[in-house]
Write a protein that binds this ligand. Structure first.
Ligand code: AMP
Ligand code: MG
Length: 412
C-alpha cells in the first residue's frame, strides 16, 4: 500500500497552480488581505525616498563635531528647523547645525545627526556633548530598497506588512489570483440535510458543511453540489457537473470496498486515471485520487472516505496543501509539522501511520499535545470539536510516553 509520504508526493506533483496571467482579478489593497499576489511588484521609488533623520536632534557636518565631548563641546549656530514634511532649501555651512526631527529630510551640507539627548541648546546655538559616528542616525536614500528592483515576489500571501508595503509603493490596487472553485458533494443513501426530519437509519450530511468551511479557510470558493444517492448515474452526473464548473473536486463516501461504493467505477467509466486508491494511514485509509487526462483537464479529484473524522484528517493532510498550491502560493503551502512534547501516552498498533486528534496547549511557554478525551474512532466526530492538532505516530511506532517528543500537524 502507498505510504503517506508517497501519496503526498504523487498528489502535490499533480497540482497545476492557477495561471498568474489568466486566473487573476484586481482588488483594492483595503480588501487584499488573505489573497495571493499574482505577480512580482517593483516600484519606481527608492526607500527611503531621500536621506532623512532617524532621530530628533541636530543635523550637522561630521567634520565640525568629530572631536566634540562634554568637556570640550563644539558650539554650532542653529540656522534652520526641519520638521517632517518640510523640504530644506539652504545648505548647512561649516559651524552651522539644523534642528531636525525624525523622518525629516537631511539638509544639503549636513551628513550626520546628533541625537537631542547628546546636545544642549542655548538660544540660537547648540552644544554638541559627544562625538557622533560619521553619518550616524541618517537613513540613506535607497538603503532599504532600490527603485526598479523586486519589491515583493509573486505567489506570496498578502497580510498587513505586505499591504503596508503596497500602500507605501503607491499601489492602491493589486492583481491577485482568483479564488479556485472547489466542487463538493457527499454520497450516501443515508444522508439528509440538517433541516430535514431524521428517519430511522438516516444521518445528517455533516461532511458537506465541514468541507465547505475547510475549503473557504484554505482560500478557495466552495461549490456545493449536495448529497448524492449511491447510484452510478447520479454520481456520474455530479462528477460531470463538478468537472465543468470547478478547479478541484472533493466527494465524501463511497470509496471503500462495499457494495454501494460507486465512486471509483464511475470515475473509471469517465476515463479517469486513478493513481491512488488506498493510503497506509489511520484514519483515512480509503482515498481515491483521480485525474482526467482524456478530457484534457488538469482537474484533480479527491474521493475522501465517508467517516467524518477521516474526511477532516484526509483534508488537512492532503487537500488543504493542494488547494493552497492550486491557489497560487509559491511557498508555504506544504503541511506544517511541529515537534512538541506529548502530555499523555499515545498508542498505535504501529501498522499504519496514525493520526491522533487533540489540542496544542501552551504550558509555561512550551507547546504540549493533549489527546482529545473520548474514543479515537473515525466515526466519532463529536470529540473532534475544539481540537486544533493531529499528532502523528509513524509506522512501527506503537507508543509515545508522556513528555516524549511527538510530531504534530497544527490544523488551526
Ligand atoms: P462510506 O465511506 O460511504 O462507507 O461511509 C462511511 C461512514 O461515514 C458511514 O457510517 C456513513 O454513514 C458515514 N458518512 C458518509 N458520508 C457522510 C456524510 N456526508 N456526513 C456524515 N457521515 C457520513
Ligand atoms: Mg457510503
Amino acid at each position: 500500500m502507498l505510504s503517506v509520504k508517497d501519496a503526498e508526493t504523487i498528489i502535490f506533483n499533480l497540482v497545476q497552480p492557477l495561471d498568474h496571467q489568466r486566473d487573476v482579478e484586481i482588488v483594492d489593497i483595503s480588501t487584499a488581505g488573505n489573497r495571493i499576489l499574482a505577480n512580482p511588484i517593483t516600484s519606481s521609488l527608492d526607500f527611503p525616498h531621500w536621506d532623512n533623520s532617524a532621530m530628533d536632534g541636530f543635523a550637522v557636518r561630521y567634520q565640525d563635531v568629530q572631536h566634540s565631548s562634554s568637556e570640550k563641546p563644539v558650539i554650532l549656530d542653529i540656522v534652520t528647523e526641519i520638521p517632517a514634511g518640510y523640504q530644506p532649501q539652504s545648505p548647512i555651512l561649516p559651524g552651522q547645525a539644523a534642528r531636525i526631527f525624525t523622518g525629516a529630510p537631511m539638509p544639503p551640507g549636513a551628513d550626520t545627526v546628533v541625537m537631542q539627548e547628546k546636545t544642549q541648546q542655548k538660544g540660537n546655538q547648540v552644544l554638541i556633548l559627544a562625538a557622533p559616528r560619521p553619518q550616524e542616525f541618517v537613513r540613506h536614500q535607497g538603503s532599504f530598497y532600490q527603485a526598479g528592483t523586486q519589491l515583493l515576489p509573486g505567489g506570496i500571501p498578502i497580510f498587513a506588512p505586505e499591504i503596508a508595503v503596497l500602500a507605501a509603493a503607491q499601489c492602491p490596487q493589486v492583481i491577485v489570483f482568483r479564488r479556485p472553485r472547489v466542487a463538493i458533494f457527499s454520497t450516501g443513501n443515508e444522508l439528509v440535510a440538517p433541516n430535514q426530519p431524521l428517519q430511522p437509519g438516516q444521518i445528517v450530511d455533516s461532511n458537506q458543511y465541514a468541507l465547505a468551511a475547510l475549503v473557504r479557510e484554505s482560500g478557495a470558493e466552495p461549490l456545493l453540489l449536495g448529497s448524492i444517492r449511491d447510484e452510478p448515474t447520479a454520481i456520474k452526473e455530479a462528477i460531470t457537473n463538478a468537472l465543468t464548473n470547478a478547479d478541484l473536486v472533493i466527494s465524501s463516501g463511497g470509496v471503500s470496498v462495499g457494495e454501494y461504493d460507486y465512486v471509483k467505477p464511475t470515475l473509471e467509466s469517465l476515463g479517469a486515471k486513478i493513481p491512488i486508491q488506498f493510503v497506509d494511514m489511520r484514519p483515512g485509509r480509503p482515498l481515491t485520487v483521480a485525474t482526467f487526462p482524456e478530457l484534457n483537464s488538469s482537474i484533480l479529484y479527491f474521493g475522501l472516505p465517508g467517516n467524518p473524522v477521516s474526511v477532516l484528517v484526509s483534508f488537512w493532510r492532503f487537500v488543504q496543501p493542494t488547494i493552497k498550491k492550486l491557489a497560487g502560493l509559491s511557498t508555504a503551502w506544504e503541511p506544517k509539522f511541529l515537534k512538541v512534547r506529548s502530555h499523555c501516552e499515545l498508542r498505535s498498533d504501529g501498522k499504519r501511520e496514525t493520526y491522533i486528534w487533540g489540542n496544542l496547549h501552551l504550558t509555561a511557554g512550551v507547546y504540549e499535545f493533549h489527546k482529545a478525551v473520548g474514543t479515537q474512532s473515525s466515526g466519532n466526530l463529536i470529540n473532534l470539536a475544539s481540537t486544533n492538532a493531529l499528532a502523528l505516530l509513524p509506522v512501527g511506532k506503537t507508543l509515545i510516553t508522556p513528555q516524549e517528543e511527538v510530531e504534530v500537524l497544527q490544523v488551526r
